[in-house]
Design a binder for this molecule. Structure first.
Ligand code: SAM
Length: 431
């Protein structure tokens, strides 16, 4: 499926193996001895008389998993031309037409649009069947079609399906529902083109532009990580890396407080357990509003925040575990209310202590830390989010009060003395 190495590429590889006197990169083989990755290394080793070389034996791969693994290993490692990649896509579609465009695109290292174009070509010549549903990376099957009533809805539906990729609905939806979903899922990506603003660094709250695993932080220096990663299934591995990274940067007894999608609560806990110690699950209420979770048919009115500790948790005071702050989406599609950040940061840290947010978004954690005179280091991979957060931090002053949104959706009971007098927008429900 992947074109063989050119003679020049093969000669370079063989020369490198001859010079090293051994094969450095393991050859990947199945338990049946089929080479998944490294045909060139096997051939060069044979020609150079090298019998022993490292082999990585993969157990229990069925034919499809083997194909996919070969695709991704080879196409990311090899410099294929655009036409070679298109040919790889066509070959993959011939053997696995039932897989979704975005899944195959991810494996080959091309966009789902490239796969869609190749699929259209192969369908038009009947080289592959025209299927009515596709299987995504998550194993779920999604319909190819949406219900559209007018040509305009049809255009919008097509656009929504392309933008959603594997986030597309698993049931037949109307065009309008899909467009709404595409807006929600895609908005963060759509605004990622703005350049990072040149705002002078802030002494209390630093906003970096890098992956959180590369954020400059001294080990054992952090009192609290307050954060809000992406929630979709494909982002779950982030929680494992977050746990490992948190266990290094947190002080003994330091806390991680993280938002997550309720559907993935057990999976996220599995990923955090082991590195950190579970303390509690807090709830933030949607102010009387409900979101519909289609799988289990739940009208959901709350969201969890998990609290984990690096070592033993030694609380100094009592704390509520149900909060309700009005939703504000002024700066970012996934923006969380400052009131919720304030609730935790006030209680779990002292002035001058260090708070991290590895998934900055619009900088809610950083802005709250600055208002409360806590040090904050945060980062995001999205330049637009970094720009927004830097501007937000720059216009925030130490001691600024929490700004109360103009309209709240439901009356909220309060815990007396919990907040500043101006802070009526944030409440902790009485026990
Ligand atoms: C849910 S949003 C955070 C929203 C934020 N709580 C707010 O109030 O605006 C998650 C952010 O994490 C960022 N992100 C995703 N993967 C990342 C990574 N590996 N390192 C740093 N940031 C990442 C995304 O770009 C996105 O802006």
């Amino acid at each position: 499926m992947i074109p063989d190495l050119s003679e020049a590429e093969y000669d370079t590889l063989k020369a490198a193996i001859r010079e090293a006197g051994r094969v450095l990169v393991p050859v990947v083989v199945t338990t049946d001895g089929e080479v998944i990755d490294g045909q060139g290394r096997v051939r060069a080793a044979a020609e150079l008389g090298i019998k022993d070389y490292p082999r990585e034996v993969i157990n229990g791969l069925d034919a499809e998993a083997g194909h996919l693994m070969r695709l991704s290993l080879n196409s990311v490692r090899r410099h294929l031309s655009a036409e070679q990649k298109r040919e790889v896509v066509r070959a993959a579609l011939r053997s696995m037409p039932h897989l979704s465009n975005s899944y195959l695109g991810e494996k080959v290292g091309v966009s789902d649009k490239t796969v869609a174009a190749a699929r259209e070509g192969l369908e038009s010549t009947s080289e592959i069947p025209t299927l009515t549903e596709f299987r995504g990376k998550d194993g779920k099957t999604r319909p190819r079609h949406l219900m559209a009533r007018t040509p305009r809805e049809q255009r919008e539906a097509t656009d929504a399906l392309v933008r959603l990729g594997d986030d597309a609905p698993t049931r037949l939806m109307t065009a309008r529902e899909a467009v709404r979903k595409a807006k929600r899922v895609g908005a963060a990506v759509a605004c990622a083109t703005r350049p990072v603003a040149e705002v002078p660094p802030d002494t209390l709250a630093q906003v970096h532009h890098c992956d959180f695993r590369k954020m400059p932080v001294e080990p054992g220096s952090v009192r609290l990580i307050y954060t809000d990663p992406l929630y979709h299934r494909q982002h779950l591995p982030l929680y494992s890396d977050l746990a490992e990274w948190a266990s290094k940067v947190l002080q003994p007894g330091g806390l991680l407080v993280t938002y997550l999608g309720t559907s993935f609560l057990p999976e996220v806990m599995r990923r955090l357990d082991g590195r950190l110690r579970y303390v509690w699950t807090c709830a933030t209420l949607f102010n009387g509003q409900k979101t519909s979770v289609f799988g289990p048919k739940i009208r959901c009115g709350w969201k969890p925040l998990l609290v984990y500790c690096n070592g033993n948790f030694e609380p100094t005071d009592w704390m509520g575990d149900v909060i309700a702050a009005p939703v504000v989406k002024r700066n970012h599609v996934y923006e969380q209310p400052e009131g919720e950040a304030e609730f935790f940061i006030r209680r779990l840290t002292g002035e001058g202590e260090l708070v991290l947010d590895p998934f900055c978004g619009s900088g809610t954690t950083a802005a709250v830390c600055k208002r409360l005179n806590r040090r904050c280091v945060t980062t995001d991979i999205d330049p637009a989010a970094v720009a927004t957060a830097r501007e937000r931090v720059a216009r925030t002053r130490v001691g600024d009060p929490l700004v109360r949104p103009k309209r709240t959706l439901a009356p909220m009971p309060s815990e007396p003395g919990d907040f500043d007098p101006v802070d009526e927008s944030l409440t902790c429900l009485p026990a």
